[in-house]
Ligand binder design. Structure first.
Ligand SMILES: Nc1ncnc2c1ncn2[C@@H]1O[C@H](COP(=O)(O)OP(=O)(O)OP(=O)(O)O)[C@@H](O)[C@H]1O
Ligand SMILES: [Mg+2]
Length: 589
């Protein structure tokens, strides 16, 4: 085993003189007065290694010893991950009193004593590839697949497999042998280096299905594909976290992995306290039963923050190999990028724009490319959909993290300060935001088949009204209410109807917060019908009064259970207002 001595300390970055081979991203332990602090090698030049320590380096001295472990930063994968709250190094935070661990303390991610009822799928002499399902255990409500070792090369044969029964994650449940006669034992737990994607599947086709989130600005206007990528940039306090939580509560996903990287400590505590109580509206199960949280707060060292997004992604990929739909959320990836920046600066690398590392776009692209829908060796499908937030300083969308992310993520949900200021939540800007999936033939076909033929035309019609409404409003602002034809006001109010009824959504109302596609379609049709009508108003004041009444009834509908008595009452009110107007216009002719 390689060892070394610390020859330089710059905050969390250690310079180490090594006495043997060391590899990039290898994990090392700094031995200081009985403590073992974990670190990761981030650069090697001849006999000097630079390592970032995942802990506070307070009190470390030149000359102390370092041990190199021979492996990269790894996670433990196996039953018992679901519902856990981990830090970026996969320490189980609930196993310890208090929220945070003391320096140098690491806790097993998986419980070594707990027994799980294993049911074998494979039999003796079966041929297995890496990731093939050997059997299953029940992990709470989930059929958790036990898989052939991810690092296995080629095809191995089952030599022996244990019968159904209760086992711990470290008990041997099978032995495999290779063509060349090597053997290996299989347990329910595996390790995997977090910075390497888990790719033991057959293929990764282009996304071909939409992931329903129940959030109208996403589903109706800019849908995200299952296995797709999206991000939410927005100034401080504009609703990034609320929007992401709304998606996590309602999205059609089996498993949710949340990477809370470097948010304020109190927000993480909110996650702890709010998540356990939340109920999944689709299954009636507690939301936490299908969620794993990987959290780091900004008071943890930067290196741990950098690790957390990778840890979360690896866990997401693991569940994807079980044929599940995984939604991975990261809030906020700007903190992750800042961690990269701090380390790069300490290493005195040549800086890129705003002192971020030169290869920031490549790092972000590599990360986003780990998402995706996959076809497994057994023909089943699984997916990791990735939705991140970015917090650009001062809301400047031209800064490097936003720009780099824009190149990688296919959906862009830009939050606007002015919409947030006027309480138009979620504050997603209707004109700046986009979903590239609306141009994917697979997704268009999916919408045609699952919603209705030519659905995307309706979406484009809504966007067109929004654009025209903005232009009309600009003219009204320049020329005054009286200075433009009344028709401008009508166009503007049509776009306001789309805004108030379809885009705005109350994340804190039980009914309004979740809108299934069927209901979204219903409301889109109502609103488009209103937009299609040509009105003849004789004063601009009347335009506003009329549309405000329509909007009020439509919003009441949004707050009522779909097709309930109450819903129908408001719908009848709406029809009455529309008929009243039609009668007036007819009389005037
Ligand atoms: N959909 C919504 N419905 C109602 N209120 C909302 C909605 N979205 C955001 N808000 C309001 O905006 C506040 C700030 O939202 P949030 O914490 O999500 O912002 P943020 O962009 O994550 O901020 P930060 O940059 O500080 O992390 C919320 O506490 C809430 O009052
Ligand atoms: Mg936030």
């Amino acid at each position: 085993m390689t060892g070394g001595k610390v020859t330089g300390i710059n905050s969390n970055l250690l310079k180490i003189l090594v006495d043997g081979p060391v590899s990039q991203n290898e994990i090392c332990y700094v031995l200081s007065e009985g403590e073992r602090l974990m670190g990761e090698v981030i650069r090697v030049t001849e006999d000097i290694a630079f390592a970032q320590v995942f802990e506070s380096t307070r009190g470390l001295k030149i000359g102390i010893e370092v041990e190199f472990s021979g492996h990269m930063l790894e996670v433990e994968l196996g039953p018992g991950i679901l519902s856990r709250i981990y830090d970026g190094l996969q320490n189980n935070l609930e196993e310890k009193p208090g929220l945070f661990l003391k320096r140098g303390e690491y806790v097993n991610a998986l419980n070594r004593e707990q027994r799980y009822d294993f049911v074998p799928y494979a039999k003796r002499e079966d041929a297995l590839r890496a990731g093939d399902w050997i059997g299953e255990v029940r992990e709470e409500w989930l059929s958790h697949k036990i898989m052939a070792p991810f690092d296995q090369e080629g095809i191995w044969t089952v030599d022996s497999i244990e019968p159904s029964g209760s086992y711990t994650v470290t008990d041997t449940i099978a032995t495999l042998r290779s063509n060349s006669g090597e053997t290996k034992t299989v347990t329910m737990m595996q390790r995997w280096p977090v910075k390497r994607a888990l790719t033991c599947f057959k293929e990764k086709p282009r996304p071909f299905r939409v992931l329903e989130t129940g959030v109208r600005v996403i589903d109706t206007f800019n849908p995200i594909a299952e296995g797709g990528t999206g991000f939410i940039p927005g100034p401080f306090g504009c609703g990034k976290t609320v929007l992401q939580h709304a998606v996590s509560k309602n999205a059609e996903a089996d498993i949710i992995i949340v990477a809370a990287c470097g948010e304020r400590a109190n927000e993480v505590v909110e996650l702890f306290t709010e998540f356990p109580e939340l109920v999944d509206p689709r299954t009636g199960r507690k939301l936490m039963e299908r969620t794993t949280i990987v959290c780091n707060t900004s008071n943890m060292p930067v290196a741990a923050r950098e690790a957390s997004v990778y840890t979360a992604m690896t866990i997401a990929e693991y569940y994807r190999l079980m044929g599940l739909r995984v939604l991975m959320l990261a809030d906020s990836t700007s903190r992750w990028a800042q961690a990269l920046r701090e380390m790069s600066n300490r290493m005195e690398e040549l800086p890129g724009p705003d002192a971020f590392p030169m290869d920031l776009p490549a790092i972000i692209a590599a990360f986003y490319s780990r998402a995706g829908a996959v076809r497994l060796n057994n023909g089943k499908t699984g997916s990791v959909t990735f939705l991140a937030t970015v917090s650009p300083a001062g809301g400047n969308l031209k800064e490097p993290v936003t720009e780099s992310t824009k190149k990688s993520a296919r959906c862009f949900y830009a939050l606007s300060q002015s919409r947030a200021d006027s309480k138009r939540y979620p504050a997603v800007d209707p004109l700046d935001s986009y979903s590239k999936y609306l141009e994917y033939p697979e997704i268009v076909r999916y919408l045609d088949e699952h919603l209705e033929p030519n659905w995307v035309d309706k979406v484009l019609e809504l966007k067109n009204w929004t654009q025209r409404g903005k232009e009309a409003n600009d003219q009204i602002n320049i020329l005054g209410d009286d200075g433009v034809p009344i028709g401008y006001h009508t166009v503007f109010w049509k776009s306001e109807t789309i805004d108030f009824v379809l885009m705005q959504q109350d994340a804190f109302d039980v009914v309004d917060s979740v809108t299934p596609y069927e209901r979204q379609k219903y409301m889109v049709d109502l609103v488009l019908e209103i937009c299609a009508h040509e009105y003849e108003f004789d004063s601009f004041e009347k335009v506003a009064t009329y549309f405000k009444r329509l909007i009020n009834s439509l919003r009441q509908m949004n707050y009522s259970d779909f097709q309930s008595e109450e819903f129908k009452r408001h719908e009848a009110e709406l029809a009455e207002i529309i008929n009243e107007r039609a009668a007036l216009e007819e009389a005037a002719q």
